[in-house]
Write a protein that binds this ligand. Sequence first.
Ligand code: PLP
Length: 368
Amino acid sequence: MQIPFVDLKAQYLSIKEEIDQAIAQILQNTSFVGGSTVNQFEKEFAQYIGIQHCISCANGTDAIEILLQAMGIGAGDEVIVPAISWIATSEAVSTVGGTPVFVDIEPEFYTLDPTKIEEKITPNTKAIIPVHLYGQPANMPAIMEIAQKHNLKVLEDCAQAHGAAIAGKTVGTWGDCGSFSFYPGKNLGAYGDAGGMVTNDATLAEKARRIANHGQLSKHDHQIEGRNSRMDTLQAAILSVKLRYLDPWTQARINHAQQYNQLLTHPEVTLPKVRPNSRHVYHLYVVRNSERDNLKNSLKAQGIATGIHYPKALPFLACYQHYSFTEVDFPVAARCQEEILSLPMYAELPPEHIHYITSALNTQNVNS
Ligand SMILES: *Cc1c(COP(=O)(O)O)cnc(C)c1O
């Protein structure tokens, strides 16, 4: 049995007719960048999140950069980011001229640890970027309290967490703004790169929209200099079709996670924990084991593909070696990077795959 980590084809086939029709329509219209199809998706996605403004852009990394710029964050500014995320989170801070300041993660939920933020705040700190990692909301109530106390902006990196929520309040609506990625493998994925920015702040929304399109809101109205970060119309058309299925797909992910939780009984494999009163949308299903590499290899030998998100915590990446961080600086992240293992997770994951994966895992002698 060969078990892939994800199967994007299965999802395409499940909605092929609608997708093919949406694409054909765009080819007929030959409007390939921006326009009413993109505006329509922005409206639908804002409504889905429960927020006033959604501004589309080229990808999730641009979304972070543009929102930072729109909030006036740049040279000399420090921005708090979690020690474990995809590099885009810290990279975007550097790209706008700021300095990423890493903070360790919570050991049970893998998101930014609010109890370790204040010790990293300096007079130069301007913002916090919590990341809703793996689909689990960061501890937004605690983070917002710290941000308010120190007058910091909050940009939520929601790239892995479309529709995740705490106490029914969707991620992206807690802070000043939120960034989304619609990269193909994300919970809501385009057929190429695409991104989105959300906010309830009309001024910030307008600024972000200008930056993403050469400073203009209408043609030749360049009030400021911006850049080119726009969503392709084809991607918007595809995303509008797929958005209609996001809730059932998310429910399928949650059901798969529950099935994993029930069937995984190995005493040395730590299961993911959900923050109380939260909706975890399981972009990834991440378990932990002290002999992770052995486990990964053994599963591979049985035809099971797994992933590591991520093999190195951000502070330990080669590009940040000038900071000379050691494991003592980020003990939780340092330990997690050795132990985390992502099991196959996608809406169409067949139940028999979960049975095969969990029985392979349960019969592991991890210390051999
Ligand atoms: C995917 C991702 C991004 C970047 O999104 P792109 O669309 O690939 O640029 C940013 N942050 C996190 C946490 C991500 O997983």
